[in-house]
Design a protein around this ligand. Structure first.
Ligand code: FE2
Length: 223
């Protein structure tokens, strides 16, 4: 079974997840020590702050910087992005380049002001016109009423490790992970202070469900 961290901020200087190459290499080393086979690098992309072209150029530079420095025993890395939803996102010409490398899988973050009514057309077009597989980032952060509605429509879910480590959120996170619509787990690693401690705790708490979600991630990515 491949162990995949689907959500990681590990590109040097690409966002606030890593302040430079030394931090990124430490993050990658921590992932390896935790048994991760494949890391999806998902720097934040905020379409209201930056053009996709500028983001893609910046991401390519930081990825090249990290790739050249990776040790031989590093987990595999694939490039993606954590894309914040905005109205009209479905019309962005370079949207496929924001998907996980080699796939049509997009990691989508909902904005603070999210309401289904305000984003309905964009969401509909992402699925049915652009025909993307849209994975909602860290669904554990959103109100169940909102997320459940989207999952019924065909969106998929990624769950973060952190809620498994807190008493108040553990039960809901376990319930989420058991759902077949949950296709990915993520460290959402920023910096190195927490490292993979929470990810490993999540793995222990999930037991066989962890393996089941990893199998779904691998299938979604065509691995
Ligand atoms: Fe994130």
């Amino acid at each position: 079974m491949l162990q995949i961290d689907f959500h990681a901020h590990i590109l040097p200087g690409a966002d606030h997840g890593s302040d430079g190459l030394a931090t990124s290499l430490r993050q990658v080393a921590l992932a390896r020590e935790a048994g991760i086979d494949l890391l999806i690098a998902t720097p934040h992309f905020y379409p209201h702050l930056e053009s996709p072209w500028a983001f893609l150029e910046r991401r390519a530079e930081t990825w090249a910087c990290l790739r050249e420095a990776l040790p031989a025993d590093a987990p595999q890395l694939r490039i993606g992005a954590e894309v914040q939803l905005c109205r009209g996102l479905d019309r962005m010409t370079d949207l496929e380049q924001l998907c996980v490398e080699g796939t049509r899988v997009l990691l989508l973050e909902l904005p603070r002001d999210f309401s289904v009514r305000a984003y309905e057309q964009t969401l509909d077009a992402l699925l049915y016109e652009r025909k993307l597989t849209v994975v909602l980032a860290h669904v554990d952060r959103y109100a169940p009423g909102t997320v459940d509605f989207l999952l019924e429509l065909g969106f998929l879910a990624q769950v973060n490790a952190a809620p498994f480590c807190r008493l108040r959120s553990r039960k809901a996170a376990l319930h989420r992970a058991e759902s077949v619509q949950t296709v990915a787990l993520g460290s959402d690693i920023h910096g190195v202070s927490t490292g993979y401690t929470e990810f490993l705790q999540m793995k222990r708490r999930l037991g066989p469900t962890y393996d089941a979600v990893m199998a779904r991630t691998a299938a979604m990515l065509g691995l």
